[in-house]
Design a protein around this ligand. Structure first.
Ligand code: COA
Length: 431
């Protein structure tokens, strides 16, 4: 059969795809631009005829009934590695399970422990060589696809071809259907004055020729915006962001001085604005690879002058970082926070930066605390934390004693909380 015949022989409907799901199946879907939106919008409709179906996912983009309808419990439940608002709200119902993992090990681990039986993804239209493209999300996508018994593609004409480990032969699908869905967008939001001040401090730690990673949340975007005057930056990152797109289009990122994957922008997934997606399309200088490789701390560390910039919910005076829970309540996930902290720590000339506002909740809570709030998850060990930055300055923690860390962190806490932090540090004998 030629490619067109192979395509036609697999082509069916969304209803046909849904009818392939049976009781006991574990369904895996990628997210961002590869989220199979039409499938997920209708997945709840099969609930009356199935039980014990699991849907494993991460930061799902859409608000689908399958994520929000509590009556589906026991019929279709959710396993996640990274909570979004639906998971947070629904956690108490028992429909959601959280699996703590560093991103680089999600793909290999999921296949060993909760092997997906069905894989469903939105992909680009087939090209002249019989290939479709998983252009936006390779976090654990390829491992799930390779392990699944049934593979279903939602062919979306809005998905461009992005290069890397993204091309798949149409033969690997058991079933396909066509559905045109706009891509999920993450436009650049204007940075707040506090974020701009923090970004100024962070940018003072980044030099021309460095290789950067920027994480998720408002802060790393503010840093991206503030890097416009740098030269010859490189990118080895988990997420390719809108702000990185801006740096790439402006020629601030050239990847020319990278010693590892010279000339290439390396990422595991992309989520941003339309100009970013237009830049990534058919661009041979962009290489998307599976997170098991991109986020492998030993690969990250092969980049000299690797600078990782992530944010956090809370940090204690000794340097333990919580970026994923508010007390015991799961807020997001570890993602690549620890992977990149480790990689940057071990990179020749590398720097790991945790950039966070000094306070939360309108200035009523200090994000720097004597100890983490009870139940908080330690996302990054204090042994891996290098710099912490707030709007009040930069605290160096790497190779610093606990006493020095306490001094350095109190110096960048909000002035309203410094006296209380000193008092509590005394009581806990942290100095
Ligand atoms: N105490 C209580 N609440 C806090 C808090 C604190 N110390 N710090 C933050 N919050 C609340 C905020 O008020 C906000 O609540 P709201 O949604 O009700 O307004 C919420 O937590 C999120 O805070 P915000 O600062 O807006 O988060 P963000 O969008 O900038 O994301 C993280 C920050 C840390 C949650 C996010 O970066 C994350 O999930 N990181 C983990 C993964 C990671 O770092 N990966 C790195 C590679 S991509």
């Amino acid at each position: 059969m030629n490619y067109s015949e192979q395509y036609q022989s697999r082509l069916g409907t969304l209803e046909g795809a849904l009818s392939m799901i049976q009781s006991g199946d574990t369904i895996a879907t990628p997210i961002y631009g590869n989220e199979p939106t039409q499938f997920l919008k209708q997945l709840h409709t099969i609930a009356p005829r199935v039980e014990h179906v699991s849907l494993w996912t991460m930061l799902m983009m859409g608000d689908y009934p399958v994520m929000t309808d509590d009556s589906l419990k026991g019929r279709i439940d959710i396993i996640s590695f990274f909570y979004n608002n639906n998971c947070r709200d629904g956690h108490a119902t028992g429909r959601y399970e959280m699996t703590p993992l560093n991103l680089h090990s999600v793909g290999p681990t999921v296949v060993e422990t909760r092997r997906p039986t069905v894989f469903v993804a939105a992909v680009s239209p087939m090209d002249a060589h019989g290939k479709v493209y998983l252009s936006f999300d390779l976090q654990a996508t390829l491992e799930c696809l390779e392990a699944a018994d049934k593979v279903i593609f939602e062919i979306n004409p809005h998905i461009p071809r992005v290069f890397g480990e993204t091309a798949l032969p149409i033969e690997c699908a058991d079933y396909i259907y066509e559905a045109a869905t706009p891509l999920p967008l993450a436009p650049l939001a204007p940075s707040s004055p506090v974020e701009k001040k923090i970004a100024e401090h962070v940018v003072s730690l980044i030099h021309d020729g460095d290789c950067i990673q920027l994480g998720i949340g408002g802060m790393p975007n503010a840093v991206g915006e503030a890097l416009m005057d740098k030269h010859d930056l490189g990118i080895h990152t988990e997420m390719i962001t809108s702000s990185m797109g801006k740096l790439l289009r402006a020629g601030v990122v050239t990847n020319a001085r990278k010693n590892f994957n010279t000339g290439k922008t390396i990422g595991a997934f992309a989520w941003g604005d339309q100009p970013l997606y237009d830049y990534l399309a058919e661009n041979t200088s962009v290489c998307l690879r599976r997170a098991a490789w991109v986020n492998d701390p030993f690969n990250i560390a092969q980049n000299d002058n690797m600078v990782s910039v992530n944010t956090a919910i809370q940090i204690d005076l000794t340097g333990q970082v919580c970026s994923e829970s508010i007390g015991p309540k799961q807020f997001s996930g570890t993602g690549g926070a620890s992977d990149f902290a480790y990689g940057a720590f071990h990179s020749k000339g590398g720097r790991g930066i945790i950039a966070l506002a000094s306070t939360a909740k309108g200035g009523t809570i200090s994000k720097i605390q004597p100890t983490l709030s009870p139940g908080s998850v330690v996302s990054i060990s204090r042994n891996l934390v290098d710099y912490v930055v707030t709007e009040y300055g930069i605290a160096k923690l790497k190779n610093r004693t606990v006493r020095q860390r306490v001094e350095n962190l109190i110096a960048i806490a909000h002035p309203d909380f410094r006296a209380e932090l000193r008092k509590q540090a005394d009581e806990l004998m942290l100095w």
